[in-house]
Ligand binder design. Structure first.
Ligand SMILES: *Cc1c(COP(=O)(O)O)cnc(C)c1O
Length: 419
């Protein structure tokens, strides 16, 4: 623990005024994090959904070490390097054929900003006046101004509301009300918006809200029918989280634009990509400089980050990653089933490696003190867990041992008694 609050660090999504202890982590290995005194925690949420194969994975660490001795950084406007070329070619190979172009950035939020700029740039360069974005209720796409604009409005972005741009919101497809979602999307698409952005199969930060693959496929078909660009934000769902490499794979959906980040480097180094179909690239391809896609950040396609991503892709090629995901998914579903009939547990749901439920509580909003008490309980019992309001979820790295997974779920059951 680090009780010394002399630290100048201002932590994200952290209310420093509450004085919660902030553990000082020295080392990570597999699904575990260690402090300097040898205390350890099981990382039940993959350090906020990024760590897929485990912390400090030897192959990813070796790749970054190796690359760091060759080329650390390069301007990516007008110059290129081998790790980025290899990565882009491999991403195009493993995604559906229509996705032909890869634009690099450095976080999930920026990959979303790039997707929105690509969509508007496409229509602008075609000379069509289409700029409205459609979104799904309860969505989360990141914390920059543009990404917040296409996400759910609430207490976590109220101060910036005046800066957020207007979007069209489609109701979430709750069980039994899917047709209302599809009808609303169909009607909104008829108004000629630029694009529809959606988290495929599961809305993460919105509360681990799951919806069926057929709804995703229908939403995609509606966009295609109206010539509305379909943007899949796979920042959280990508790299096996939902049971298949990409969530869209399970629905047979081919988006026009895909955002990937988090597990792209196995969760080791920040990197993101926005993939798109050829017509979007073609609309920017010209001898006219005014049609250039004007977007860049300093660390676009950083070579060390690309090397980490190439190592991640090599792990997917050479190792039984899918089998690990299947095994973890079965274990998660079994642990969840044991809790599902507890009267304090509602809406037990799982998808691939993710398992979630809601705690039945009178004051269960995002700001209720349920989540901080759960976080503290688990922190004191060797588990890094971070519920979303009253929604508890487990999303560990794929290498978590059966014993560590059992410990997580045993502590969750104990926490329901304790709080
Ligand atoms: C985490 C997340 C983002 C934002 O990614 P950052 O790397 O945190 O900027 C965007 N979309 C989804 C679906 C996410 O889960």
């Amino acid at each position: 623990m680090n009780p010394d609050r002399q630290s100048p660090v201002w932590h994200p999504f952290t209310q420093h005024g509450l004085g919660d202890p902030i553990p000082l982590i020295a080392r990570g290995e597999g699904a575990r994090l260690y402090d300097a005194d040898g205390n350890h925690w099981i990382d039940a949420i993959s350090s906020w959904w990024v760590t897929t194969h485990g912390h400090a994975h030897p192959r990813i660490m070796a790749a970054t070490r190796d690359q760091s001795e060759k080329l650390d950084q390069l301007i990516f406007a007008g110059w290129t390097h081998e790790p980025a070329e290899t990565l882009a070619a491999e991403l195009v190979r493993i995604t559906p054929d229509p996705l032909t172009r890869v634009f690099f950035s450095d976080s999930g939020s920026t990959s979303v900003e790039v997707a929105l700029k690509m969509a508007l740039g496409y229509w602008f360069n075609l000379g069509e006046d289409r700029s409205r974005i459609l979104v799904l209720e309860h969505s989360y796409h990141g914390d920059t101004i543009g990404a917040m604009s296409v996400g759910e409005r609430g207490v976590y972005n109220r101060a910036w509301q005046p800066l957020l741009f207007d979007v069209g919101t489609i109701p979430f497809p709750h069980e039994g009300r899917e047709q209302a979602t599809l009808d609303a999307l169909d009607a909104a698409c008829a108004q000629k918006p630029a694009a529809f952005i959606v988290e495929p199969l599961i809305l993460g930060a919105g509360g681990m809200l799951v919806y069926p693959a057929w709804v995703l496929a229908e939403m995609r078909a509606i966009c295609a029918r109206h010539d509305v660009l379909f943007v899949a934000d796979e920042v959280m769902t990508g790299w096996g989280r939902t049971g298949t490499r990409f969530a869209c794979d399970a629905a047979g959906v081919i988006p026009d634009i895909v955002c990937l980040s988090k597990g792209l480097t196995g969760g080791a180094i920040p990197l993101a990509v926005t993939l798109c179909i050829e017509p979007i690239f073609a609309a920017h391809w010209s001898t006219d400089r005014a049609k250039t896609f004007y977007h860049s950040s300093s660390y676009t396609a950083n070579p060390i980050a690309c090397a980490a991503a190439n190592a991640n892709l090599a792990i997917w090629r050479d190792e039984p990653v899918q089998a690990r995901i299947d095994t973890l998914g079965e274990a998660q579903a079994a642990h969840l089933a044991m809790l599902a009939h507890d009267p304090r547990v509602a809406s037990a749901r799982s998808l691939g490696t993710i398992a979630a439920f809601d705690i039945v509580a009178p004051d269960a909003g995002y700001l209720s003190n349920l989540a901080p008490r759960l976080i503290a309980f688990h922190r004191d019992h060797g588990v890094l867990l971070r519920p979303l309001g009253s929604t508890v979820y487990v999303m560990p790295p794929y290498c978590v041992t059966p014993a560590d997974l059992s410990h997580i779920w045993t502590m969750i059951a104990a926490s329901l008694d304790a709080i």
